[in-house]
Write a protein that binds this ligand. Sequence first.
Ligand SMILES: *Cc1c(COP(=O)(O)O)cnc(C)c1O
Length: 373
Amino acid sequence: MGNIDRSWIEINLDNLTYNVQTLHGVLPPKCRIMAVVKANAYGHGDVEVARHLNKIGINTFAVATIGEGIHLREHGVTGEILVLGYTVPQRIPELVHYNLSQTVVGLEHAKQIDDFGTPARVHIKVDTGMHRLGESYEHVSGIAQMFEYKNLKIEGIFTHLCVADSLDVGDVKFTEGQIQSFYQLLVQLRSRHIVIPKIHIQSSYGILNYPELQCDYVRPGVALYGILSSPGDVTNLQLPLQSVLALKTRVAQVRGIETGESVGYGRQFVAHTNTKIAVLPIGYADGLPRNLSCGDNYVLIHGHRAPIIGRICMDQMMVDVTEIPSVKNGDIATIIGRDGKEEISAEQVAKNAGTITNELLSRLGSRLERIPC
Ligand SMILES: *Cc1c(COP(=O)(O)O)cnc(C)c1O
């Protein structure tokens, strides 16, 4: 890592492999992983992650947008790539050109794709209660009609669970209702002599709380990256997943300030005693939440905790290194990850910032280099 001069993300590809193997270990034998690599693979670097997954035998991916799918194709990612979000009909030629699969979000969308006149690979999205995208599971005739559209190459049918992360009795009941509605739809389609394509239901928490479901695919995102959404989330399955991402930066300057002097915008930190501070070249424009300012948050330098002081700026932040011996320009500071005996998890940083890891990591910015290691 010697040549990274500002701030960067290290991605541990061995841990990614380990997570894939661990997930495969608990899934039914014929069930495969559709790796969710949307939002730059949750900030990890979509190309680096997808290429590695290709290498270890994963050949089904999910992204949020057609642009994300094209980006992967242009960087040599092979296999099926499913666009989970809505794509406007005008872009169907690109779907075909890049051999992407598109989610059909409803009957009208199905008709638009069919009308376009070129065969397109699709998965049908069924709404079973989240009320985001999808054709209602109750509209059996509408879904059956999609199978008659000649230009729809229907390769999958799926739904999405909206409280699979909760083990509260009511939430479990709701989820079981969603699952039942989906399978009942399949029965009704079969009774109309429709051959059911590949089916999938579970994202990460669906796997962790309902691992017994018999599907062709699962769609893990956050679990693939070895983390939960929030620290201490309780799930039926507890897997020893390994976090893939570390966020690091390099000390830009060390300076002394005297008692009574302040640090940063708004003069929110005032030194009670002579203090040594380090300036770190990472800020909220890199995706580090500004509300980590002025609290009990810290980074790790030389294996010790260096408290964040003052307000986090757009491109920089300051930490207190008074207690840490011999900190100098160029030393590495760890914001997420391990340094010596200390570790700061993404779950903890997300919680401190009042959010979930999914948001924290997916917002890590384009100025950060992604370094596979
Ligand atoms: C983002 C997303 C996933 C992955 O979710 P995780 O909770 O990160 O596993 C799966 N399916 C759909 C439809 C999604 O939008």
